[in-house]
Design a binder for this molecule. Structure first.
Ligand code: SAM
Length: 269
């Protein structure tokens, strides 16, 4: 039996730091359930952001994965070095900021990304993973977010949470909420509920420039209460494209489906 995570944290003095978004999960059963979300990991490569005291990391290793993990908090290094010694050739820890790491070079093409993300950089990392060349270098994303962010990622039109992030996550990928996680599962408990989102890449629609799509959704959702004929005015030719596609310019952004945004972006690309 591995040492209880509570003891690992006490032995290495890893009191959670709010500035680093540290909310640790200590329950090994819950960690094993999260590690199972990407599917069988035997022999697979996994890239983890923010291993902290290493609970999720060990669950991934026990599922048979080879793990590369990047952690910013140097206090965690001795505990993670112990784990590296326990799993030689299977685990490599990088001490650094996930926003600065050349992750594709470190983790290798085809890696699954699995992380209980620090909330302060979670959305920035997700956008980075969704934006790159397609198909992406990663095979799947299994990411813990605040519940509200998770709902924005999977939201459908005509709902409160539907917005730029929904379109960015859905136009060439399929996201789902894989698991709701109660506040009390973390130490210390965060203020709000969390959820694990699982995202797999899908085919990229033909003839769409991602920058054009991003420009459209930024304009449309930047003024989400306004009609499209007003919010899309700053985007050259957007009003002509609406007319050509038969999309009523009196509609608001939150009623426009992902497919309609894609069609508009294609017309302008
Ligand atoms: N994986 C552990 C778990 O599930 O218990 C810890 C998760 S905790 C929510 C987030 C972790 O990300 C912390 O260990 C924190 O130090 C680390 N972290 C915060 N910002 C980071 C960054 N920019 N790059 C890498 N790690 C970061």
């Amino acid at each position: 039996m591995p040492e209880p995570l509570r003891d690992v944290i006490a032995r290495h003095g890893l009191m959670a730091t709010k500035a680093l978004g540290q909310n640790f999960i200590l329950d090994r059963q819950l960690l094993a359930r999260i590690a199972a979300i990407p599917g069988p990991l035997d022999g697979a490569s996994v890239y983890e952001v923010g291993p902290g005291p290493g609970g999720l990391t060990r669950a991934l290793l026990d599922a048979g994965a080879k793990v590369v993990a990047v952690e910013r908090d140097r206090r965690c290094m001795p505990a993670l070095a112990e784990l590296e010694r326990e799993y030689p050739e299977k685990l490599r820890i990088i001490s650094g900021d996930a926003l600065q790491v050349d992750e594709r070079a470190e983790a290798g093409t085809g890696a699954h990304i699995v992380a209980n993300l620090p909330y302060n950089v979670g959305t920035a990392l997700l956008i980075r993973w969704l934006e790159g060349p397609w198909p992406p270098w990663w095979s799947s994303l299994t990411l813990m977010f605040q519940r509200e962010v998770a709902e924005r990622i999977v939201a459908k039109p005509n709902s409160e949470h539907y917005g730029r992030l929904s379109v960015a996550a859905q136009w060439r990928a399929s996201p789902r909420i894989a698991m709701a996680v109660h506040r009390s599962s973390f130490v210390p408990p965060p203020k709000v509920a969390s959820a694990v989102v699982h995202i797999v890449p899908a085919a990229m629609p033909d003839g769409v420039d991602p920058k054009v799509l991003e420009r459209l959704t930024a304009a449309a959702f930047g003024q989400r209460r306004k009609m499209l004929r007003s919010s899309l005015k700053p985007v050259p030719h957007a009003l002509d494209a609406l007319a050509a596609l038969g999309i009523d310019s009196e509609r608001r952004a939150e009623t426009v489906s992902v497919d309609e945004f894609v069609a508009l972006a294609r017309a302008l690309s």
